[in-house]
Design a binder for this molecule. Sequence first.
Ligand code: NAD
Length: 267
Amino acid sequence: MNVVIAGCSGRMGHALLEGVFADPELKLHAAVDRAESPQLGQDAGAPLGVKSGVLVTSDIKAALQGGDVLIDFTRPEPSMQYLDACVSAGVKMVIGTTGFSPAEKSAIEAAAAKIGIVFAPNMSVGVTLLINLVQEAAKILSSGYDIEIIEAHHRHKVDAPSGTALRLGEAAAQALGRNLQECAIYGREGVTGERDANTIGFATVRGGDVVGDHTVLFAGVGERVELTHKASSRATFALGALRAAKFLKSRSSGCYDMQHVLGFRQT
Ligand code: NAD
């Protein structure tokens, strides 16, 4: 399978390159980054000490020619440009970028009528399982338990709360028949008043090199249930993204998430 990596000089880009080089089913077809990237024109494998013969380019149109799938871990603005380019070129897409607006998310879903897309804010097996566990727990603890989501990430992360925290919030809200956009509380300060039982709270921690920790807390009277996932390496996200790319081989259209890729969900 011919893989194009967008954001190849980023943290996730390097983890993806390592995964592609190690996988005999996948071939690095092209490596894309922004025009200002210091790695432009250099061998994409250079930071990993690998001679791949693929030079980093900012020309997305040329990069997609002959490609089967684009894996994108960048920022929402370039992701939307890459999405348009993939639709025009008929190339499938794995989108791992986070921080999209509701309108951008709708545009991704609309594009999936024309190309196969896997779109997930967290590509790890563990978080995909956590989403299911949160749904189950929310159904069982549907009354008398306050839901709070706490996440921690490294100091370079630019969006908050994390896409994964929001996805976990959506899972809990969905299980309870609530709309997350109406019940979410993003951080608290000052005299906030007592907690509204229908809200789902989010707390964000940023610092150091934390790869990604997420806890969904169900706080009742006399007890707390905490469901926690901790990522210790970006390899888990990269391996999930590569699995998602292979999943798309037999899908010419449709918007999927990691629940589909891992077989937890069929529709
Ligand atoms: P990073 O800052 O290390 O890398 C971002 C890459 O995007 C860089 O190569 C950068 O040059 C490129 N880029 C930035 N602006 C660009 C532009 N305007 N045009 C083209 N390229 C541009 O970030 P990272 O830690 O690798 O994370 C990238 C994204 O992936 C973030 O949104 C992050 O939240 C998300 N992420 C998702 C998962 C997941 O499992 N879905 C896991 C980790 C990170």
